[in-house]
Design a protein around this ligand. Structure first.
Ligand SMILES: NC(=O)c1ccc[n+]([C@@H]2O[C@H](COP(=O)([O-])OP(=O)(O)OC[C@H]3O[C@@H](n4cnc5c(N)ncnc54)[C@H](O)[C@@H]3O)[C@@H](O)[C@H]2O)c1
Ligand SMILES: O=C(O)C(=O)C[C@@H](O)[C@H](O)[C@H](O)COP(=O)(O)O
Ligand SMILES: [Zn+2]
Length: 365
């Protein structure tokens, strides 16, 4: 990672639910002080993490919290998407009860998007809701999932089917934690980064290219992505105005592929990469995106070794069946995000099932 400048803060302005995302290196050891400031007299907390992240970073976080007088209890779930389930939420909430947490407690979600979504969801339902702090440790969770307050779990049928909007009180993105990511987990985060560039900031494609070539400024790229996500969430927190829905570019078919593969078989970013290729192709057919721009998106995904060809074994009918459960499917009509040009997106109500079938045929090639 390129040299990290001093701590940067990105505000997320949501009135009474406003918070700050801190981006910098070596922030974990200062978490106690940061959290103490936000949580005031709340004394007990659950640090929720997974079996990969816990052994690497939980001690630093627990020590820092205990040093400022917090009673911090560690709760560890198995690493991977399968832990984003109602059963895990029940297990975690059960551990929170047995640890003596109450309505004056809080949660620290230490890990990737799975832990952020699960930990945030547990915070949203535990005794009808307690505050939480996001401490994202993957590229994907730093640039996307830790910001915006979408929390939840999957059902076997489809992704993110049970959840709540519950904004964090604070987000601490320590970019030094990214150094321990395996290449596959590092790369998958770029699917969401490329998504942000496609829908909001075409000029970011160059910065992404530079990072792929080992020359770019990753910390700055992370900050830029957080700012894009924050601006969209600020404008449409509850996804009711058609703006936040743009963050779903590539997700309609991507989510179906992720669920159909079996949770954990494909990483979220890998499934979204396939969804992005399908959505970019449909954007050429239905929205006038230039073929050269579509090719540019695909080439960039490939630079991060992300899949752009649907593997054998995915049944089109099954993928359509799952797609119909998507939250963007309303009264029998799909709302599909298309790109007329790089950096601009809109929600189309004119995409048909025949279009989806054609897009799936295309990404099989
Ligand atoms: N809420 C949102 O707005 C939002 C946005 C995007 C994605 N998501 C969700 O996020 C999830 C995907 O998140 P993810 O890709 O971060 O997956 P993840 O949380 O499963 O992390 C990927 C892998 O990396 C490991 N890991 C995490 N941090 C590490 C570190 N610093 N060093 C070494 N290993 C580490 C994890 O243990 C896991 O094995 C999906 O469930 C997706 O639906 C939510
Ligand atoms: O924050 C959002 O809004 C997003 O859509 C971000 C997506 O990257 C993310 O995968 C999200 O969890 C999808 O949400 P869903 O409502 O489509 O399940
Ligand atoms: Zn996503």
């Amino acid at each position: 990672m390129a040299a990290v400048p001093a701590l940067q803060s990105v505000p997320v302005n949501l009135g009474p639910r406003s918070y700050t995302v801190q981006v910098g290196s070596g922030l974990l050891s200062g978490i106690g002080t940061e959290v103490a400031e936000k949580m005031g007299e709340r004394k007990s907390c659950a640090v929720i993490t997974d079996s990969n992240v816990g052994p690497l970073y939980a001690d630093a976080v627990l020590e820092s919290l205990r040093a400022v007088g917090k009673n911090a209890h560690l709760i560890t779930v198995p690493a991977g998407e399968a832990s984003k389930s109602l059963l895990s939420a029940q297990t975690v909430c059960g551990e929170m009860v047995r640890a003596g947490l109450d309505r004056k407690s809080f949660v620290v979600a230490l890990g990737g998007g799975v832990i952020g979504d699960l930990g945030g969801f547990c915070a949203s339902i535990f005794q009808r809701g307690i505050p939480y702090v996001q401490v994202p440790t993957t590229v994907l969770s730093q640039v996307d999932s830790s910001v915006g307050g979408k929390t939840g779990v999957n059902l076997p049928d489809a992704k993110n089917m049970v959840g709540a909007f519950h904004q964090p009180l604070h987000v601490i993105a320590d970019v030094a934690t990214l150094d321990s990511l395996h290449k596959r987990e590092w790369n998958e985060g770029f699917a969401e980064i490329i998504k942000h560039a496609c829908i909001r900031d075409a000029s970011m494609l160059e910065a992404i290219d530079a990072v792929a070539d080992g020359a770019g400024d990753m910390a700055d790229l992370i900050r830029r992505n957080i700012a894009i996500k924050a601006a969209i969430v600020e404008a449409d927190e509850y996804e009711t105005l058609g703006l936040r829905a743009l963050l779903n570019f590539g997700h309609t078919l991507g989510h179906a592929v992720e669920a159909a593969a079996g949770y954990g078989a494909m990483l979220h970013g890998e499934a979204i990469s396939l969804g992005l290729r399908a959505a970019a192709w449909l954007s050429v057919k239905r929205a006038g995106l230039l073929q050269t721009d579509c090719d540019r998106i695909i080439a960039l995904l490939q630079k991060f070794e992300l899949p752009t060809r649907l593997p054998e074994g995915f049944d089109t009918d099954e993928l359509l069946r799952i797609t119909r459960m998507d939250k963007k499917f309303e009264t029998g009509k799909i709302r599909f995000v298309l790109l007329p040009k790089l950096g601009e997106a809109f929600v189309s109500k004119d995409v048909t099932e025949a279009d989806l079938i054609a897009a799936l045929d295309e990404i099989r090639k």
